[in-house]
Design a protein around this ligand. Structure first.
Ligand SMILES: [Zn+2]
Length: 150
């Protein structure tokens, strides 16, 4: 089957047995997810379109988190909850540690208040980014590329 690399737009022919795997594009070395076909003919270039989600439960499951992660980031972003939701544990732990240590240390020193404030700002921005991304872009960035920040 033929799919389009989401990074460099090169049309690649992929063996059917590679469906569901994450591949490196030979042209630009970008990583992407090969969709699992479900009998339905796929329109070239739209393999991340709405049709492909139902054929791949893993993608659908992840994309369903887009809204809850976005809301989580807007409300509790400074504690990194939205990162844990997406499985980005390292970034989540950093946010949680910075925010908690800021809350604990601020009564003694004045400076650490900036830590939680910065984390809160990051959470707010990430929430807006999550909610405004398209579902295919969201999946590409956080499930495949495992982007930790923004
Ligand atoms: Zn490519």
């Amino acid at each position: 089957m033929e799919i389009e690399c989401p990074h460099c737009k090169t049309v690649l022919s992929v063996d059917g047995s590679q469906a569901g795997l994450v591949l490196d594009c030979p042209r630009c070395t970008g990583r992407f997810h090969v969709p699992v076909p479900m009998g339905k003919p796929r329109v070239p270039g739209t393999f991340f379109g709405p049709d492909s989600y139902e054929s791949d439960p893993q993608v659908g499951e992840f994309v369903e988190k887009k809204f809850s992660a976005g809301i989580c980031a807007l409300l509790f972003g400074m504690f990194g909850l939205h990162k844990f939701l997406l499985g980005l544990h390292n970034a989540g732990l950093i946010m949680l540690a910075v925010s908690l240590s800021g809350v604990v240390l601020t009564p003694c020193l004045l400076v650490p208040i900036f830590g939680p404030f910065i984390m809160w700002t990051i959470g707010l921005i990430e929430g807006i980014i999550y909610l405004s991304k398209s579902e295919d872009q969201f999946y590409q960035d956080y499930a495949i590329q495992r982007r930790q920040w923004f």
